[in-house]
Design a protein around this ligand. Sequence first.
Ligand SMILES: *Cc1c(COP(=O)(O)O)cnc(C)c1O
Length: 362
Amino acid sequence: MTTAISPRRSIMDISLYKGGDSTVAGQSNIVKLSSNENPFGPPDAAKDAVARAVHELHRYPSTDHASLRQAIAEVHGLDAARIICGVGSDEIIHFLCQAYIEEGGEVIHTEHGFAMYRISTLANGGTPVEVKERERVTDVDAILAACTDKTRLVFIANPNNPTGTMIGQAEITRLAEGIPPQAILVLDGAYAEYVDGFDAGAAMVEARENVVMTRTFSKIYGLGGLRVGWGYAPTAIIDVLNRVRGPFNLSSPALAAAEAAVRDVDFVARCRAENARCRDWMANALAELGIPSDTSTANFVLARFASEAEANACDDHLRSEGILVRRVAGYNLPNCLRITVGDESACRRTVHAIAQFKAGNV
Ligand SMILES: *Cc1c(COP(=O)(O)O)cnc(C)c1O
């Protein structure tokens, strides 16, 4: 039988998301620096919360996430009514695309922007519009120039992944003020906790009607395996997003772990400090080896090599040493490797292996 079955046209334009590798054949002592995970894992309080939650697995979880939203609101000084929780911030991105992309709608992301913006746009029938950055930094003028009467969403990660760079409050404000009236500016704050004293745009969400902030428990909170993220948005947008959110999108162990984690502010402060120390050490050590990087504000360093061939050869060597980093050719950065900041010993092992590579002793 012949059928006429076909998916929505844009779906086949999606390239499958490729996560960071976690194994190398024949290697047991792996250092995984490929997915920007917290080398210290989750806080003990989150593990204890999961252990307690297993006794109630026969119960459906909360549908309104009131307890987690309250905890987030208290810790960050926000309004719980304007918070929405999702299966990772990926799901918040997905809700936004599902709810706001009209037929023919355009979604702006930057040339080295996070892959999920494009994937979610195409999954929802939208047209991704890729905008140039200026030397690996978000270019507000280029974004504003790319806006049209079809622009529905503008996604920027601040700090950005995989560049590690960020733009300041004045630039963000100029962006929010300059986008067309039917467009929403989405500030992805996946790495916000690594920047001391940074609100990731929360105050702008409260002051305006066209800004949404997304956050995650996958990075500094060390809970990537549980899949919890959240968004902060004007009430009208929260109301829309809740209509497309599944009633039981988050499991009870995930909710319990995230609530315990967000309240552990000492854990976050310790991880932020240790990340900054190891990141700056690693970036300086790489620079001394002739491998520059932009000043990173996140938990990774984007190491720039002389060529794509050199980046790939270095990656091959690291892999042979059991060190997994991320190739970023898919982010239009073929001559770079993104290296997550590990603990001190992982950073030393990585720099040592790269020094060997540079010395030609491989
Ligand atoms: C890691 C990351 C996220 C987090 O995704 P989750 O779905 O919350 O795990 C979001 N945005 C960017 C830019 C990221 O790098």
